[in-house]
Design a protein around this ligand. Sequence first.
Ligand code: FMN
Ligand code: SF4
Length: 490
Amino acid sequence: MWKFLNPIKHAIPETRWPSAEEAARSLLFKPVRIGSSELTSRTWVPAMVPWRATEDGFVTQANIDWYSRFAAGQPGALVVEATGVRDIPSGPLLRIGDDRFIPGLRQLVEAVRKASEGRTRLFIQIIDFLAVKRRPDQEKYFKRFLRITDRHRRTLAKTSNDQSWLGRDEAEVRAFLASTSDEALEHILDERELESLRFGYRERVTDTELTHVHELPQVLPGIFAAAAGRAREAGFDGVELHYAHAYTMASFLSARNTRSDGYGGRREDRVRLPLEVYRSVRECVGDDYIVGVRFLGDEVIERGNRIDDATYFGVEFARAGLDFLSISKGGKFEDAQQPKVGQAVYPYTGKSGYECMPTTLSDEIGPFGRNVPQVAAIKRAVNAAGFNTPIVASGGITTFEQAEGILRRGEADLAGLARQALADPDWFMKVRLGRGEEIRRCTYTNYCEALDQAHKQVTCKLWDRTGLDGPEVSLATDKRRRLLPPRWEL
Ligand SMILES: Cc1cc2nc3c(=O)[nH]c(=O)nc-3n(C[C@H](O)[C@H](O)[C@H](O)COP(=O)(O)O)c2cc1C
Ligand code: SF4
């Protein structure tokens, strides 16, 4: 986990919870219109990957139980985890890249509807990502993965002053590289080869020499549209296009996207594919279906997007007709820490990762409502351009006072609570019924995120060890953690 140099430990904010009457009068619990639909309140649970799908990407009973448990708290909207739009293996993450995934997803929708008594709208976040390989063992990398070229031979000849390298065969070059020092490798390998050795091979949207990357603008609109069509068929109330964090669409938006085919460089060109994907989705699902987007208020990496890029994109998304804008921050590969050999780089381990899921070990600003300035700036720009597209804020929102304050000040239209909802999915119900004192408060120390990083079933440290031997309690594969929070009796 990334840390500030001299971190300040922040306490969880003390608060006064509202009575049921105050909650009823609040903005937070007033309905809000999103596209063609209405949410019962302005509360939102952003996408969180729980690592509960089958290895083939199908919905499991554990997925259904997970989302039903969130739905029982009756938030206004619940967003199902990042779900792959392609039909390719991606471990126990949900997929929607083929019709065979529809029946499982439909069961999930029905379970959420029942558990929330119809009070929660259910969206699904749809995602595309490029290849990321695990960090290789050094010996294997030189024996098998590195492609030996004449550039390597020329550099070896030059750095050793020995022209015979120019004619040496591949095995000799490999053997030499495997045995030479790290310092020498810095001169012989190029930047990408060094990265593949130290972090694992990772594709970028700028690798246009690869046919499948070059063709992304031609193939992605259709793939996203087909996925959205399946979401509609499965009964979801809408889709959230995942244009945030470290994945394909965010990489097209990024200021680091230098593609020269009209899909990179200037902001107008970087937003082109995201808009083409949206139009294709819209054409497939029709005007009466909710299509929103999640994107970044700031990429938090060098040479990355800042708030002026984000406000530009926000206005363009609103102009195009997206039904909601959900704002996140950071979560990039570019500043991620080096993984251990055999593990894949995780885009939430650098400063940008900190900003995505801030903890209480922070700077003077602290983790609470840390994204609100960016969200408010995007909202101002969107409203000034004449659009009233609802905007969702998330990032360290944990109390009623805080959420209500953000809405009252007009900084956002909806309040998203991810980790706080994970710690206690009944937050929404408890606040609405005037029983806020009973909320299990998230401590923002990211035990859940560490589980995500390790690709383990995500749980919260606050409910893990409670009533493990209860008759209806299902346990994680390690048998030490309960898979769902304890039940709250009304
Ligand atoms: C375990 C875990 C999984 C997450 N998975 C996703 C995801 O699939 N898609 C996404 O956009 N954000 C994901 N996030 C980020 C959250 O949606 C949210 O933006 C972030 O946690 C900050 O909000 P919070 O402070 O309310 O937790 C995840 C966060 C956690 C803790
Ligand atoms: S594990 Fe920690 S950070 Fe995650 S939801 Fe629970 S209390 Fe919050």
